[in-house]
Design a protein around this ligand. Structure first.
Ligand SMILES: Nc1ncnc2c1ncn2[C@@H]1O[C@H](COP(=O)(O)OP(=O)(O)OP(=O)(O)O)[C@@H](O)[C@H]1O
Ligand SMILES: [Mg+2]
Length: 440
């Protein structure tokens, strides 16, 4: 099949982007018809004859998803590529569910577009039934960088399957959030999602925690205890910090993944369970395998689909999005009206974020409560970052003037000391000591 001469319909409201794409694709030999609004595009689509539709997502009162549906109505084998600078998990999910062929995060290289066009035209899109229109809900997963859109694409493909997923990434990059997204966008969504922090449970207890235990199986087991795998039947079990499990448990987990059976500790009988397993770690599992610290066969069992979340410093265009999202959230929570300034944003953008999104979140929470004059500017960002640093290092170097900060944070959190400690970025114990010293 020859590509040249294939008819493409383009919907893009930005005139310069529109012209660039049209010129480029025409030079590549395609026949492109461009529209700047959804009404004309949908009208034209009703006449049929297009092999491929390329559309922006946010255009006017209707979206790229409407264009997608009109294209599918016109001819089911019409391929669709959606593009947007505001990609969210929800838009990618909706597009995938509605049979979009590809999804490009703006800005993209023209070569990337060409590859997507060629792939779309070469592929036969499957015959699928019509789908109903959906509104795009607000996202909880923030980030429209190309790196995150790639993650959303993989999630949207893998979520509806039963495949085991390994989520890698530095601390605070959103691994647990992604695990929840996978569950929520699967057929298991109405069944339990159970997260187990494997690093926090003593190795000896992990087996009974996950597989269950019969009464009397060990000291303290005064009744039968159902394990997580059984409790989460038909749902998803999220094994967090999987890099922390010991050699003995690695064998048990491997056997479970092969046989999908649980045998509670002390029980002669095994039961079949139906759970999807998603695991995460911020450790380098591959390296642990090479060093003999993690079983290679278990690694292969787990590594069916692997997602590696990019650190925040490698997707800086997400920093302002996240900062505004968290600012909004904490302004509401603490009834504040703190505003972000340009200089504040610039300062946030320049930071390296070793603690990734979690660190940014804590910083904004702190700034929302403590910002003088209700403004987040360069200086307050610098101060907050410096304060976090000392706390991560020493733990007890809060200056005397910070007694005032502690009071304000406690007031904002309604006296909740755990929350206050987390906002201040110190341990709860440290906060208690300080409160004692301050005679609060
Ligand atoms: N893209 C995102 N959009 C909104 N919030 C996010 C995003 N990524 C992370 N967060 C928030 O940052 C915090 C840390 O995320 P999460 O617990 O998923 O990180 P993690 O990768 O599991 O970290 P760790 O390795 O330390 O366990 C959470 O409060 C989460 O809601
Ligand atoms: Mg985590």
């Amino acid at each position: 099949m020859t590509e040249a001469g294939e008819k493409i319909l383009l919907v893009e409201d930005d005139p310069s982007v529109r012209t660039t794409i049209v010129t480029f694709l025409e030079l590549e030999g395609f026949d492109v018809e461009a529209f700047s609004n959804t009404r004309d595009a949908i009208e034209r689509l009703s006449h049929g004859g297009y092999r491929l539709v390329i559309s922006d997502i946010y255009i006017d009162d209707r979206t790229g998803i409407d264009i997608l549906q009109a294209a599918k109505k016109q001819a089911n084998e019409c391929a669709v590529i959606l593009m947007t600078a505001r990609g969210t998990m929800e838009t990618v999910m909706a597009a995938t569910r509605n049979g979009s062929f590809d999804y490009l995060a703006k800005p993209f290289e023209l070569d990337t577009l060409l590859e997507a066009v060629k792939r779309a035209i070469a592929a036969r899109t499957p015959d699928d039934d019509e789908v109903e229109a959906e509104d795009l809900p607000e996202s909880e997963m923030i980030g429209s960088s190309a790196g995150m859109v790639e993650i959303y694409k993989t999630v949207s493909r893998v979520a509806p399957t039963d495949a085991t997923v390994v989520i890698l990434g530095e601390t605070g990059t959103g691994k647990e959030l992604i695990a929840r997204m996978i569950h929520r966008n699967s057929d298991r969504a109405q069944f339990p999602f159970v997260a187990v922090d494997c690093g926090a449970i003593p190795p000896t207890l992990l087996e009974s925690e996950l597989f269950g235990a019969m009464r009397g199986a060990f000291t303290g087991a005064d009744r039968d205890r159902i394990g997580v795998f059984e409790a989460a039947n038909r749902g998803t079990v999220f094994l967090d910090e999987i890099g922390d499990i010991d050699a003995a448990f690695q064998v048990k987990l491997l056997r479970f993944l092969q046989e999908r059976e649980v045998r509670p500790v002390g029980s002669p009988r095994a039961k079949t369970v139906d759970v999807r397993v998603v695991v995460a770690t911020n450790r380098d599992l591959q390296k642990m395998v090479e060093e003999g610290k993690f079983r290679e066969d278990l690694w292969h069992r787990l590594n069916v689909v692997r997602l590696t979340l990019p650190p925040l410093r490698e997707r800086r265009i997400d920093v302002p999005l996240l900062a505004h999202y968290f600012l909004n959230k904490y302004n509401t929570r603490y009834s504040r009206h703190v505003k972000m300034t340009d200089s504040g944003l610039r300062e946030l953008n320049n930071f390296t974020w070793p603690g990734n999104v979690r660190q940014l979140q804590h910083l904004i929470e702190r700034l929302t409560i403590l910002s003088p004059n209700d403004r987040i500017d360069a200086e307050s960002v610098q101060d907050a970052i410096a304060a976090m640093d000392t706390k991560e290092g020493g733990g007890e170097t809060l200056a005397e003037t910070e007694a005032d900060q502690i009071r304000r944070v406690l007031a904002a959190t309604g006296g909740n000391k755990s929350r206050a400690a987390s906002v201040l970025g110190i341990e709860r114990k440290t906060l208690y000591r300080k409160l004692e010293r301050m005679k609060i």
